[in-house]
Design a protein around this ligand. Sequence first.
Ligand code: WT7
Length: 654
Amino acid sequence: MSAPEGDKIEKLINPIETYPPSPEFIDGTKIPADIRERAAADRLAFWADQARELEWETPFTEVLDWSNPPFAKWFADGKLNVAVNCVDRHVHAGRGDKVAIHWIGEPGDTRTITYNDLYAEVQRAANMLEDLGIKAGDVVTLYLPMLPETIFAMLACARIGATHSVIFGGFSASAIRSRVDNANARLIITADGSLRKGRQFPLKETVDEALAEPGHTIEKVIVIKRAEKDIEMIEGRDLWWHDTIATAAETHEPQAFDAEHPLFILHTSGTTGAPKGLWHSSGGYLTQTAFTFRTSFDLRDDDVFWCSADVGWVTGHSYIAYGPLANGATQVMYEGAHDFPTLDRWFEIIEQYKVTTFYTAPTAIRGYMKSGREIPLRHDLSSIRLLGSVGEPINPEAWEWFREVIGADRTPVVDTWWQTETGSHMIAPIPTLDALKPGSGQKPVPGISVEVIDEQGNRVDPGEMGLLTITEPWPSMARGIWGDDQRFIETYWSQYPGRYFAGDGAGVDLDGDLWLLGRVDDVMNVSGHRLSTAEIESALVDHDLVAESAVIGAADETTGQAVVSFVVLKDSQREAAAQVDVEAELRGFVAKRIGAIARPRQVFVVAELPKTRSGKIMRRLLKNVADGKPAGDTSTLTDASVMDAIEQQVLARH
Ligand code: WT7
């Protein structure tokens, strides 16, 4: 793995303007001023204290078992129920009337769900699943839009000890099938369709397609009515959610599960092969997710939090489902697109619900920078007291714009770095303690140990760039890749023994603050969504016309990166290729295979790919050219003229 290239970046060595917290902002905070000192003094005692903020049916006596690295066990002899922690205990503490979720449908319908409502819904959904024979240890797949029922279903699984596996609603039938097979799921919960940008999208039909070939483990499909779309219900297999839940009992007696009981599986893209199903624990995951939610966002009792992610990604798991609810917070959940019916939609929601804390991705911020500040500025956004960023590196210009325009030149902006694998925030400033630095993630979360190293594994000096590693186990770390311990070890723990290697580059500035620089491996980040070059390449070569392919993430002003692919066609298919628009055909093919998010921005049909004498494709040269830069050193190529031809082709398109 090579460290990030390029000259030392200015920001690592030059002092820049920072934004210290204002006295008004700090006033009333629950974050202890010495929280970092406490965590540093005794890391394990610190995490044990955070875990004790949860309700345990059987208290734990052991904090960390690291006797079999990299397979950690946290709080292993304790027992708890995650859903009880997210729902029942708030009701039992007399906070049942507090709003848990202000839900807003894209067409404008709304629902208000209090903790009392959540309690009733989750119990009935838990009974429904049990009535269908689902029990602790079973896997339930969710393929759903952003509905309140999506949260009810996740919590119902947690309540009965079933492990959920959420699949983002934009993924294809074959993506569903591979994830179902990988987890041996017994049941799928889906909807008749989703509503986006005023249109209906199929979900149930896609599930049907995924299950068309026999040999899967799915017994039942539960369908939530949302789009009022005409769908086929298969006798004996498919059930409507509303019919089935109507006959379920109202109250459900929860049972406690081991802290290490698998709460969920979430698939994400890696550098090679099929997506990995990372699995997360119950006690450790909830401890760090709940802690980081209240700390990074300086949670107050009357906050209205809004995370604009989809529950299909880890951000939605940790900062829509589990983090806010474990803390008894109030949040907004919005079903649809930010630009439907107009680009004002998000700001109308902030204004109407008096959102105090808004957590979104740099790609959205850059999009609004382009469309103009007059859009947010024609709304009253004065309720906002804190902004958060996640998913990809945030450039200082976007950070400044976010603070100035959305945050009225007043609010802190916290950049939060983490991954599907880490479960919750790992690097983030604490807004009540730190002078914020535009574009920097700044400091490890209290209790987290981070080191930036060079390729030899030595710590880099301040002012330098290197590879981001984590040196100590943490409570919300993924416990493994479902069914593939060896791949877990090889992917994350083998390059630099004793350390977790994240796949990201980072810099350390002269103050010791951290700057996240994006992936240094073959993982792309498009609009904060993680995509694998290898997965898209293998989809492309599955097409009849294609002999070879290379995919790179080219720099893109709005989406951070964009998928650009280069293909060599099969000689035998030249005639067939002449009959179709190859680029349109292949873009559509990838979207169908993986999902619309993987659709290449461009497909270049080239005569040859740049390869070394040993046959390795030099993706770096392709990336340079796609970024509008010189290709770079072509001396190791078998045939340097290959790159000249490609450069001409790319230039012709710019
Ligand atoms: C990758 C993880 C974390 C939830 C959403 C994505 C990139 C994430 C930041 C940030 C720079 C970031 C990294 C990481 N990333 N947050 N604040 N600054 N890069 O989760 O799909 O697992 O992707 O997203 O490259 O490795 P994910």
